[in-house]
Design a protein around this ligand. Structure first.
Ligand code: FAD
Length: 345
């Protein structure tokens, strides 16, 4: 099939066969439903109500059936479950085959995935195979009530504009959505729905990817996507040694350490500390931006924090337009003074 050519099974005149909004339910390492999936159930519910259709979850894993209650409490009406030891670990091939089979059988109009490493990997594999379009890293979702056209918006051109991306030719329409940008519904304890157990004829010997060993990354500090307080540092700290000041303030406050992309690219700290458009979106109660200029690509990742405190020696730095409190001055004088004052308090 040449690029842009329409596959027969997805011809426009069959669009009416596609109904319902689905959320891929991701399971965290602790065996619980990932917070982003709960957020997507909230977002999906609003889309489903607008389209007067049902909201469903798709849960793939081993020994995961017991998570159905949570999925219903957070808004799903139906849950398709693939519960089999072959799905114990996430593998693109196995999860994709299950999701493709389910999609072809039930024909959802929309499928939402968390923009996590698993969600991004799975969504792109499914989109390629169906084939259909995929909007990555969405931050705003809406749907046209009468046509069902998904309006998936995301920052584009370096964060300077919001682009709304449409998938006019194919169904299902798919989007990955950033964690922490959608709101989960308030759970309704005891709310139930329909569980549909599904399976696919897949044997371990047919799967090309084998899990040989799981090596867990040890992260000493709190994760930035879960922390109440983040102390984030930028290039203004000057060097890896200067960046230690950020660690010192974070230790003092019991905070997580965040960083701008320039700091990550310089190798002063790992990528999972990067806040912003190509990093993590965070919404802590308090966000310190120290020696960070406040480029739009950084701001989109932290601007919804409860309280933003900026320290920068340039009074014209854009970060001062985005913060609640700003201190104009040298971080190497102000941060030690803050640490001292905190320790005395
Ligand atoms: P700078 O812009 O160099 O700012 C350093 C600041 O420190 C300055 O304001 C300076 O006044 C101040 N300063 C200097 N010395 C001191 C001192 N002693 N005390 C106090 N202040 C001091 N960036 C991100 O952060 N996250 C992203 O996810 C991201 N994604 C991007 C995606 C794309 C497609 C592109 C094009 C860019 C992206 N960027 C991202 C990069 C972004 O545009 C900026 O380049 C970056 O955020 C700047 O990092 P910074 O603020 O640390 O450095």
């Amino acid at each position: 099939m040449s690029p842009g050519e329409k596959p027969e099974k997805n011809e426009k005149n069959l669009f009416e066969d596609y109904r319902g909004v689905w959320v891929f339910i991701e399971v965290n390492k602790d065996g619980k439903v990932a917070p982003v999936s709960l957020e997507l159930l909230g977002a999906g519910k609003r889309l489903a109500e607008k389209r007067k259709t049902e909201l469903a979850g798709v849960l793939i894993g081993s020994q995961v059936k017991q998570l159905a209650g949570t999925v219903f409490e957070y808004g799903a009406d139906t849950l398709y479950v693939y519960d089999d030891p072959i799905f114990k670990h996430y593998r693109t091939e196995t999860f994709m085959r299950a999701l493709l089979a389910c999609t072809e059988k039930y024909k959802p109009e929309i499928i939402l995935y968390g923009a996590t490493s698993t969600g991004k990997d799975l969504a792109s594999a499914v989109a390629t195979d169906l084939p259909t379009g995929l909007t990555a890293d969405t931050t705003i979702l809406d749907v046209e009530e009468d046509t069902g056209l998904l309006l998936a918006s995301r920052p584009a051109f370096g964060g300077n504009i919001m682009a709304t991306i449409l998938c006019k030719k194919y169904r299902p329409q798919m989007a990955t959505v950033r964690p922490k940008v959608m709101k989960a519904l308030i759970p309704e304890p005891g709310r139930t729905g329909t569980v549909i157990a599904e399976s696919i004829p897949l044997r371990e010997e047919d799967v090309r990817t084998k899990v040989l060993e799981i090596v867990r990354e040890t992260i000493k500090r709190a994760r930035i996507d879960e922390a109440d307080i983040i102390v984030a540092g930028g290039k203004g700290l000057g060097s890896p040694a200067g960046f230690q000041l950020i660690h010192q303030l974070a230790d003092t406050l019991g905070a997580a350490v965040g960083a701008s992309r320039d700091v990550v690219e310089a190798g002063w700290i790992g990528h999972h500390h990067q806040v912003g458009q190509t990093g993590v979106t965070v919404t802590p109660k308090i966000y310190f931006a120290i020696g960070i200029s406040g480029a739009i690509q950084h701001l989109v990742g932290m601007q919804n924090s409860g309280l933003i405190i900026a320290i920068n020696k340039d009074p014209a730095a854009p970060i001062f337009q985005a913060c609640h409190y700003g201190i104009v001055g040298d971080a190497f004088e102000i941060v030690p003074a803050l640490i001292e004052a905190w320790n005395k308090a």
